[in-house]
Design a protein around this ligand. Sequence first.
Ligand SMILES: Cc1cc2nc3c(=O)[nH]c(=O)nc-3n(C[C@H](O)[C@H](O)[C@H](O)COP(=O)(O)O)c2cc1C
Length: 209
Amino acid sequence: MKKIAFLLFATLFTIPVIAQDKMIELPKPEITGGMPIMDALNNRSSQREFSDKDLSMQEISNVLWAAWGINRKSGKHTAPSSRNKQEMDVYISIKKGVFLYIPEKNALQLIMDKDIRKETGGQDFVGKAPLNLIFVANYKKAESTSEEYKCTSGVNAGFMSQNVYLYCASKKLASVVRGWFDAEKLHKMLGLEDYQEVILCHTVGFPTK
Ligand SMILES: Cc1cc2nc3c(=O)[nH]c(=O)nc-3n(C[C@H](O)[C@H](O)[C@H](O)COP(=O)(O)O)c2cc1C
């Protein structure tokens, strides 16, 4: 009986969980190749029709690295941040739950094992697309306040979003940045602190055609 329960659990939860601290190791991001940058720029667009096909963990790892991965020994990222405060965090909402991206470990930290994709925005496609990125500012890291820093964090999130757009263009994935979401509701659902704020969301998936 115990064996059957274990097999059932293993089948249902196929992502490799590392340890009790609920960290999930991501595949190493593929950081070479892809489309030439000018072609990717030429192909970048917002798309709002998604198939319900899942992204692989490799593709999720690649998207996250494009958004906010570490690309130098200095610990700096694929996107710039004002005064190098690196105040942005990326959460993802996928079928299996909500996770926080930990770039230093190339890992995901489980926040909740619940599918809240449709709660991450006001448009129908957000519940169907396999991946919603949620860009969150941490004003404590910025050593500032929402009033002073929201605009700066908006710019920083914009760079991350453009990186995602270009990765998606390069891989023929569909994606759209989104400012249409209930910030208060998401703040609560993600269990964020009062010095954190949801700035932008970005939906990623496969196009329908
Ligand atoms: C800050 C920002 C917020 C946006 N919010 C949304 C959104 O909530 N929903 C949506 O469908 N598109 C959103 N967009 C995408 C724009 O509608 C889109 O970029 C615009 O129509 C131009 O199309 P293009 O990206 O294909 O060039 C947003 C874009 C930006 C820059």
